[in-house]
Design a protein around this ligand. Sequence first.
Ligand code: TYM
Length: 331
Amino acid sequence: MDKKVIYSAVQPSGSLTIGNYLGAIRNWIGMQDEYDCFYAIANMHAITVKQEPSELRRRTLELAALYIACGLDPEKCALYVQSQVPQHAELTWALNSIAYVGELSRMTQFKDKSQKHAENINMGLMDYPVLMAADILLYQAQYVPVGADQKQHVEIARDLAIRFNNRYGDTFTVPEPLILKGGAKICSLQEPTKKMSKSDENPNASVFLTDDRDTVIRKFRRAVTDSGNEIVASDEKPGVTNLLNIYCAFRGCTVGEAEREFAGKGYGDLKLAVGETVADALSPVQEAQKRLLSDKKYLGEVLQAGADRAYRAARRTLSKVYRKIGFYQGE
Ligand code: TYM
């Protein structure tokens, strides 16, 4: 029997944070053997906010290197750049005709980004979830491993798949979000009720995968904590809870175990322990990424092979879609 398909992607729109790693990439690694995996670099999504072209190109390659450095094996999964597979744009157009302006304008991310980029509320920003649905549906993905903030977008991909299937007959697998506990919502170190983001203006709010050891430890030392001094996870202690979550996600322990480990200790001890744990985990990834980036030829070959594999799968679905909607495809 064919393996089930996993699809996910990250935008090369800035330096990746430990939130991107814990909420997404880390969870992809263990799925490579059991599933047919497609992991993209979503550069078409990235241009919905202004990007410097040379930086976008550089970050695309850096993200490819990071995927491999984190443990994705290009022999097992398709690693590719979204814009190299033209069917993403083509399916987006077909899906646009069944996506409603009302539902797209209600998306949380659209509303947030419209506020943040008030001078640049473009069609792409609004259409972002339809492009994301096209990504997922092209590969007939069953599961989409993402952080909690992307749940709404995967749900719209489900809605569009169901709507299309109802109108034209069974065409798409209806995908499900796969949101693993622990790393699903890593919060800002400065405002721990808000998610950690690549684009936060405060550099101390986010820990980037490229941060060196001293920077990582310093950012955790400056992390905002809560009143009181007990190290327990609770709604009243979002700062401490976030630090415990990060600690446990990297250590592979439960929050209960971590609370017992830190019983009787102070916030300073927790911050130092989290900082050292994260720095220890990032250093081998950073070294591997650096090594990979020194071999651009290899990275180019990996991305070409990934795009070829993705293209074959995407073409199959798109041709089915075109047939169903009555697009002439030759005699
Ligand atoms: P992006 O680049 O914004 O985020 C990439 C992944 O990181 C997760 N994430 C987080 N997880 C936990 N805590 C955080 N603070 C945090 N910040 C980000 C996101 O949930 C995401 O899984 N639109 C997608 C990219 C995309 C995609 C797709 C994903 C394009 N096409 C198809 C899945 C399927 C995005 O959010 O990228």
